[in-house]
Design a protein around this ligand. Structure first.
Ligand code: SF4
Length: 432
């Protein structure tokens, strides 16, 4: 393992909320399955007598047999005890838990010579930014990264990065793009931005537009120098106003973009049905949910909300992002995911770097929409910080759990939406 990068200012202490013990797909290698299956769990909980604990899963690297933990009907892990404790942890210690469980909420992305640590906002504690600074746990997080790399079979990271548009670039170029996005959105490392979020989104969108408008093949190997030379160039005339925010005139998204955005929301919501078995009834419910989201009519149950969302109320909910705590959460959501390189190549459904960064910007209007949905579900007409927290947990879990974004057809469909101007317009439209 080379250089090792933690996200700046990240905090985490597990609060044992058990969120990550429900609805997650936990994959284990055969030896881990055998070790866990050898214990007499029924002696600890008679309800586990004869229960299915594992299902066969697609083989891992090198054809190694793998299994997933068989979740109970309510989505809970069978090893989760009624008191909220993990039976495996309680019986054999933290290091006996499946590696996926030990790692959560951290993620690790290997690049040549460096490992980047990310954090899952699906953990409510991470979303709240609570707990001890993870810098204090640097060595134990590093041990987890090593164990994770070992489980992956020590595969070397790809030597190049798919930038999109058929351009393979080296990591030096990819890192230059990443750093330029970070500066545009977060400000320079030594002087973090205190600009309004809308302006930061606009700056990042401008950078992506610039990169999409040039032939990357011609500047391959020198992308960093190109970005240095062109930094601070004026905004092209069709760009949105620089200080668009609450109360400012904004260009609404185009009708096609709004339609595609609802398709995107549909894909996110459909995650709730992935991996479930329920035959025709389940498919019918998924179909109805899709129709409801598409036409913004009817009600939509969302995991984590106590009551269904009245969809026709969502457009009229105000969701300003000017409150400092809301702006901080949204900016952190983008910053941590970008830092983790979770948007590059295999880290994000193999979308390519520029589309991955466009997708990162697109998560902002999605967060606003789910925050509005949360507010509408409780009958409010304006979002509050907790609505955005719900949105961050929901969206992060969905993005990590859905395999729908792996599909080339979905990538093609959503391509106009991850174009930087579309994401910017949608954000300005929904962040009001
Ligand atoms: S979701 Fe986070 S706080 Fe809750 S049990 Fe899992 S790691 Fe702990």
């Amino acid at each position: 393992m080379g250089a090792y990068h933690l996200p700046a200012d990240a905090r985490f202490t597990c609060r044992s909320c058990t969120n990550c013990c429900r609805h997650w797909t936990v994959t284990v290698p055969d030896e881990e399955r055998a070790r866990l299956a050898a214990h007499d769990w029924a002696a600890e909980d008679p309800a586990l007598a004869g229960a299915t604990l594992f299902d066969a899963a697609p083989a891992g690297p090198g054809g190694a047999a793998r299994y997933t933990i068989h979740l109970k009907g309510d989505g809970a892990c069978p090893f989760l005890a009624p008191d909220g404790r993990c039976r495996v942890h309680a019986r054999f210690g933290a290091r006996a838990k499946p590696l996926v469980c030990q790692i959560f909420p951290f993620t690790f992305t290997e690049t040549p010579g460096a490992t980047f640590v990310g954090m899952r906002f699906a953990c409510p504690t991470v979303t709240r930014g609570e707990g001890a600074p993870i810098a204090a746990e640097r060595e134990s997080v590093k041990d987890l990264a090593r164990a994770f790399a070992k489980e992956l079979g020590g595969r070397a990271p790809a030597a190049t990065v798919d930038a999109g548009g058929g351009h393979e670039i080296d990591w030096r170029d990819a890192t230059a793009i990443d750093a330029a996005f970070a500066t545009a959105f977060d400000g320079p490392e030594d002087a973090p931005s205190d600009l309004p979020l809308a302006t930061r989104v606009e700056r990042a969108a401008r950078l992506l537009r610039q990169l999409q408008d040039i032939d990357l093949g011609k500047i391959r190997g020198n992308i960093g120098e190109f970005l240095e030379l062109t930094a601070g160039e004026p905004t092209p005339p069709d760009a949105a106003p620089a200080d668009a925010g609450a109360g400012a005139a904004v260009r609404p998204p185009r009708a096609g973009e709004r339609l595609l955005f609802r398709r995107f929301l549909n894909l996110l919501v459909l995650r709730e049905y992935r991996g479930q078995t329920g035959g025709v009834g389940l498919r019918w419910r998924a179909f109805l949910d899709s129709l409801h989201v598409h036409f913004e009519r009817g009600s939509l149950p969302l995991a984590g909300l106590p009551s269904p969302v009245p969809l026709s109320a969502v457009p009229s909910v105000a969701s300003p992002v000017t409150e400092p705590a809301v702006a901080e959460l949204l900016a952190r959501f983008v910053r941590v995911r970008r830092h983790a390189k979770a948007y590059i190549a295999g880290g994000f459904h193999a979308w390519g770097q520029l589309a991955g960064l466009g997708f990162l910007l697109l998560t902002l209007p999605a967060l606003c929409w789910f925050a509005r949905a949360s507010a509408a579900a409780r009958g409010a007409t304006t979002t509050a910080l907790d609505d955005f927290r719900f949105a961050a947990v929901y969206l992060d879990f969905t993005l990590g759990a859905s395999d729908l974004f792996d599909r080339a057809s979905v990538r093609l469909q959503l391509a106009p939406l991850v174009a930087p101007d579309a994401a910017l317009r949608l954000f300005q439209w929904l962040a009001r």
